[in-house]
Design a protein around this ligand. Sequence first.
Ligand SMILES: O=c1ccn([C@H]2C[C@H](O)[C@@H](COP(=O)(O)OP(=O)(O)OP(=O)(O)O)O2)c(=O)[nH]1
Ligand SMILES: [Mg+2]
Length: 145
Amino acid sequence: MLFVKIVNRSKHALPSYATDGSAGMDLRANLENPITLKPLERFLVPTGIFIQLPEGYEAQIRPRSGLSIKKGITLVNAVGTIDSDYTGEIKLPMINLSNEPYTIEDGERLAQMVVARYEKITWQEVSILDETERGEGGFGSTGTK
Ligand SMILES: O=c1ccn([C@H]2C[C@H](O)[C@@H](COP(=O)(O)OP(=O)(O)OP(=O)(O)O)O2)c(=O)[nH]1
Ligand SMILES: [Mg+2]
């Protein structure tokens, strides 16, 4: 069990796992007034949540699949990274990829947060890399279907 400090300045309950097996906790908009995004409009939505991750951990902010496929509402940065030393408010850079306006309501679940360990590396500079089965092949090198 990993304990993580959180300050909740939102009007909403702490983010929580929806089911025992959920990887992410849903994050809610914390808004004074609803925000309407026109097609292709972006807005940095506040959550009112501030967290302090232990060193060696990050939080990944990921889109919600339902909202993205049904409404075209997603994160403009694809996956957000919350650094362990970031103690500011978690914000959600949302974009409307549909061709209709979309109104974000206060308390709406817009994204999900997954806490993950990461490795810090030290470069070992070499002039040539080891041979592998794939080598430099990528971008469809194994076939298209
Ligand atoms: O979706 C996001 C992405 C980032 N952040 C916060 C936490 C993160 O630690 C900080 C910086 O994020 P990032 O490194 O992605 O942004 P940057 O554009 O490189 O800004 P900086 O120069 O502050 O690192 O912004 C969010 O609240 N939401
Ligand atoms: Mg950065």
